[in-house]
Write a protein that binds this ligand. Sequence first.
Ligand SMILES: C[S@@+](CC[C@H](N)C(=O)[O-])C[C@H]1O[C@@H](n2cnc3c(N)ncnc32)[C@H](O)[C@@H]1O
Length: 380
Amino acid sequence: MQKSNQEKWILYSTCDEDSYSELRALDITSNDRVLAVTGSGCRTLSLLACNPKSLISVDFSPGQNYLLELKLAAIRALSYDMLLKFFGVEDCSNRWEIFSSFEDKISPQAFAYFSANRWAIDKGILFTGRHELFYVRFVAPLMRVLYGKQLKQIARAANLEEQREIFNKHISGFLWNLMIRVGFSPLSIQIILNDPKYLVEMNVNVGDYLIERLHHTFNNHLVRDNNWTSFMFYGKYVEYQGKRCLPHFLLEENYHAIRQATTKFEIVTTNLIEYMKKMPEHSIDKYSLSDVTSCIDTPTFTSLINEVVRTGANQGKLCYRNFLNKQLIPSDLEDVLQRDQELSDSLYHDDLAFAYSFEIAQINKIENQVADTRTVAGIS
Ligand SMILES: C[S@@+](CC[C@H](N)C(=O)[O-])C[C@H]1O[C@@H](n2cnc3c(N)ncnc32)[C@H](O)[C@@H]1O
């Protein structure tokens, strides 16, 4: 019997988004009330490291929220070295024992979910999402076979010049382009992710887009310093001169910041838009909405944006990413959601998870209300 989608194993187990971009966009302070989409939980944890006043993390997939519970419990309970072992970054022989000690630290549902998937705990949870397994089991081994020598050179490249030379001369070309076009065709993505909730709409040519973005990242970001391309191409977080490139939330200073955060933190399992409809007006300062546009159609996106306008506080900030479904901030809302073109462009260039473009906006309610009042009063 086929399992329902709700019961499926998690799609995301580690971050394929670059939290540095989002933190630049949102500029979180201790007064902020933040609303985030959970996904792998890593972005939420990076936001928690900034110690906002409150943080609500929403996902309609229970497994993704269980994962966030587990990650937070592990961060709070384990030493930094042990955390890296438990998560699978470093070798460890007793992950199951460690997990068993979390029974009173996570919800009974989360404990039951991971207990039923012991293989994932034993393997190291960060490497086990259906999305991550595609890279660990398929992409990284294929890269080793086709470009093993070049990948070794790239992992040790002294600088960007050296990496560019290796990529442009020895990787980029007909075979590479063919591989991207076949491996990331809409059909392959649907088969790999096997999730009807994902990539509901696409409005770019996937092959051309990813070839250009990969060319961009190899020419602008050192792979050995980039946790996401390291994970994609090597199936692990590579080490260079004794330092592992890790996602933002896993850096030692952020591990300590998360442990010290005094944020009022809530994890909610429900549909984001339905949840927002029940929230009071002006109740959120910062929105971290991931690439939720990959999972929603255009009418749902319109409802989401309307809810941001309603629930957002004046001077608040909105950040979301677009992957293959480029949903822009609607032009009729440009007064109330003032898009930061310069920062959006800059993040598109700098973002380590090269595949996303950004929509960053400031919520500007007062000016909008003043403008409305002037219109009603007939003042031009
Ligand atoms: C598109 S995924 C991106 C995950 C991601 N790249 C990461 O690193 O975590 C974002 C998450 O949003 C959730 N999601 C999508 N649409 C949603 C909705 N309408 N309500 C609640 N959660 C939603 C999915 O279940 C998924 O876990």
